[in-house]
Design a protein around this ligand. Structure first.
Ligand code: ZN
Length: 487
């Protein structure tokens, strides 16, 4: 067991670990002994469910079996998009804004334009079809908590994402998107009060829903004007929430922003009081020294998404400098469409592989540090009661199968290294989210996997047909600027 618990020590590895849960909470975690097993059986007896045992009661200490797995806390994804799963493989080999227009805005625009037809076809909202597949993608790789940046057309479909999270029994922060400039004209929030009304409405409807919370998530600095951002920041302060935004992701768009507004996106954010310890920036790839200085001074936090940053050719953030000056950052996957998967262990590996080679420094970003950046640290970023296996935390647990050939041999001294460097992500055998099995012995138990697969395949095929005649979109950021200049 690797508990990732600060009280136990973040590098603690336990040979015979155990976790005891009751309802949705961990009530004990630590080193297993026979005496401990006897005590648990005495206390809970017939009320006990033991992973790996077929018995339903009358346990003896021998029935608490070694599962040949590594126990970990459920992974925490601090930045992603649940609408992207059906667009894996679409508009590849192009940069961010071209991909936003050619894949994301095309697909979410398709869901919006054909909503009635698609709803009749599936007997439910087509957005729910996409979001449920995204829940499966997370669970497959052991992610039990996430911040979903619900951008572009998705900002109108919060009801569906809340429902998908409810069905999957995961934990979710929904960062609701907004934009009032340099974006697809169909979804601009003009006047900007529309974005605030939307947040108030969602907070009223979904603020009390279990395992879900609502925060402002303006899409990008380039697509949100100062008055809108100030109003959103005020909303987050009034409501005591985090605020989330994409920042300085693509070099071309960052350079265009600087030229257009005579300041960097971070200088812009700072000038309107947007940055503080409750601000979570996704990406922050392109920085000046002054940008890093501002981020460090304001205490804003960064979520690095190495899979998307490399595939979209955005570059990689200066993690070494960020570490040296004390900018907090964690590692995430981004959406399935840009990543093109939710394998958060491989995201951690990609981040380290790139930085070690770039700096010719094999000691930077050790496996222990990487595992912290996908468990305990993002949980702290997101203020969620998860990310470690210890008493009082939510019962979010992953079992990694140590009998897979690529993980043999695994020992106490190499287990974390094996997880980062030798695993391929498919060894996630069992996942418990908030005390419920969501994947058990490689089978999805929640939600209905077969139906989701069938529906998302059909949705993807319908999108392919739609793409043949769909109007080309050139509405986003620098991409729009260039298209208009050429015209
Ligand atoms: Zn993103």
């Amino acid at each position: 067991m690797v508990p990732m618990s600060r009280p136990m020590g973040l590098s603690k590895r336990i040979h015979d670990g155990y976790v005891l849960t009751e309802n949705d909470k961990i009530i004990e975690a630590g080193e297993y002994t026979e005496a401990k097993g006897e005590q648990i059986i005495k206390d809970f007896g017939n009320d006990l469910s033991v992973i790996g045992s077929q018995k339903k009661g009358d346990f003896t200490a021998n029935d608490i079996v070694c599962n040949e797995t590594c126990l970990l806390p459920g992974f925490v994804k601090a930045h992603g998009h649940d609408h992207e799963s059906p667009i894996i493989g679409i508009a590849k080999d192009c940069s961010l804004t071209a991909w936003l227009d050619g894949a994301v805005n095309l697909f979410t625009g398709f869901l919006d334009e054909k909503r009635e037809e698609l709803t009749n076809k599936f007997g439910k909202s087509p957005n729910l079809v996409a979001y449920l597949k995204a829940r499966v993608d997370d669970i497959y790789y052991g992610i039990t908590s996430s911040m979903v940046h619900h951008c572009n057309f998705n900002k109108y479909r919060v009801e569906d994402i809340v429902e998908a999270n409810r069905q999957a029994h995961t934990k979710m922060i929904v960062a609701v998107g907004s934009q009032d400039r340099h974006y697809d004209d169909r979804i601009l929030d003009i006047p900007h009060g529309l974005a605030i009304d939307r947040l108030n409405d969602y907070q009223k409807k979904f603020g009390e829903v279990e395992r879900t919370s609502i925060i402002p998530g303006p899409d990008q600095f380039f697509s949100n004007g100062p008055e809108l951002l100030k109003a959103l920041k005020k909303w987050s302060m009034d409501n005591g929430t985090l605020i989330h935004i994409h920042s300085s992701e693509e070099p071309e768009t960052t350079a265009w922003f600087k030229k257009t507004y005579e300041m960097t996106p971070i200088e812009y954010a700072d000038s309107i009081g947007f940055l503080d310890t409750n601000t979570i920036l996704a990406h922050q790839v392109n920085n000046t020294d002054n940008d890093l200085d501002i981020i460090q001074k304001t205490g804003a936090k960064v979520v690095h998404n190495p899979l998307a940053n490399t595939i979209l050719g955005s570059g990689m953030p200066p993690l070494k400098k960020m570490t040296e000056i004390g900018i907090p950052y964690v590692i995430s996957t981004d959406g399935s469409g840009s990543a093109d998967n939710q394998n958060i262990l491989s995201a951690a590996k990609a981040a380290a592989q790139y930085q070690k080679a770039l700096h010719r420094d094999a000691t930077f970003l050790t496996s222990d540090v990487l595992l912290q950046k996908i468990t305990v640290e993002p949980a702290e970023f997101l203020r969620l009661n998860t990310g470690s296996l210890e008493k009082g935390k939510d019962a979010d647990i992953v079992l990694i199968d140590l009998t897979r050939p690529n993980l043999i041999p695994s020992r106490l001294d190499n287990i974390v290294e094996n997880l980062i460097w030798a695993s391929d992500g498919s060894e996630v055998k069992t996942v418990i989210a908030n005390g419920r099995f969501v994947k058990s012995d490689y089978k999805f138990t929640l939600p209905d996997f077969e139906t989701i697969v069938r529906e998302v395949q059909l949705l993807s095929e319908m999108l392919t047909d739609y793409m043949i005649t769909a109007a080309k979109i050139t509405g986003t950021g620098a991409h729009k600027y260039e298209a208009n200049t050429v015209a």
